[in-house]
Design a protein around this ligand. Sequence first.
Ligand code: ATP
Ligand code: BUA
Length: 364
Amino acid sequence: MNEQNAAGDNLYTLIINPGSTSTKIAVYQGESELYRETISHMQEKEMLDKRIQEQKQDRKEAILQSLKSHQIHLSDIGLITARGGLMRPVESGTYEVNDKMISDLSTNKYGEHASNLGAVIGVELSRETNEAPVYITDPVVVDELEDLARFTGIKSMERKSIFHALNQKAAAKKAAAALNKEYEELQLIVIHLGGGISVGAHAFGKVIDVNNGLDGEGPFSPERAGTLPVGDVIKEAYSGNYTESQLKKRYVGNGGLKSYFETSDTAALEKRKDAGDTEIDSVLRAMVYQTAKEAGAMASVLKGRVDALIVTGGIANSSWICRELENYISWIAPVLHYPGEDEIAALFTGAYNTWNTGTKAKKY
Ligand SMILES: Nc1ncnc2c1ncn2[C@@H]1O[C@H](COP(=O)(O)OP(=O)(O)OP(=O)(O)O)[C@@H](O)[C@H]1O
Ligand SMILES: CCCC(=O)O
């Protein structure tokens, strides 16, 4: 065992993963997970209604509270790894957090997203204690789009690759292992069903097309409106009823299920549907329908040569939704389910391997 490995056995790693409706955290000692916790914010309406950077203190305090309740001192933490947010497009991999990245994330230079807070909170916690190194892996801006996928139909506008890259890649690699193949050998469609929904076409290790739910592409989801009729959007934009940021929030944070039912809690809505609410039944079925349509589009992108479809994210815990979705898509290829997400493990592996092997992290 080399010195780094020996030290690694005692290293405490803090993992921070802010999602649209929750902050997930975990602490590892060496390679063993000490605990993980999902701090749900779904009941904290006032907090979620705030701009992302204004949520920082609440989410940071929730993390500190969680560490305290597990008797872990911040000063014990030797490595911090966080979900990466909206910054300039980058290739897949593990990045060391630097000042340029923090500036882009904290000023929302490339847009607002809960994941912007991961590295920002990570660096604050590091600076407040022992300057632990802070990494991110596979941020939401991983860009492997094929050139053809970038066109919009308006010369001055290009599509952007923004999606649940971390969980899509982690789930795809897990599926590849289950299929006894390398990720780079397969063509897969990954359907991430979270607060946002993204459906990616993975061709031989690259996500060559994916809907960007932050820019009004693809299915509606618990919090995103998805594709909207552009004429109606223009009318709302010029109605005088909304500022630019209010309109963004209307379509991106408060769209989808939240627009219909003022909650993005799919599990709770499913219970109300089961109790006989027919409107909820229709809207949930419509969300499944639109998701299936996006998967069909990605099957075309892969020219029908699809090894498997992978359904993942929080909503994949619903066997009813998975069954309804499968009814539409099982003709494409076998459907594999990885409910929830493996972002915590993916963030840990990316940072710990980089740290433990002395490999240079990528530079932003
Ligand atoms: N058993 C379940 N049945 C139905 N829906 C569920 C279940 N468990 C969780 N969900 C739903 O999953 C959604 C949250 O998913 P997830 O935790 O993947 O999202 P997130 O991390 O907050 O956001 P994102 O994935 O977009 O970053 C919520 O709508 C929640 O109600
Ligand atoms: C992860 C970026 C996409 C979304 O949140 O909808």
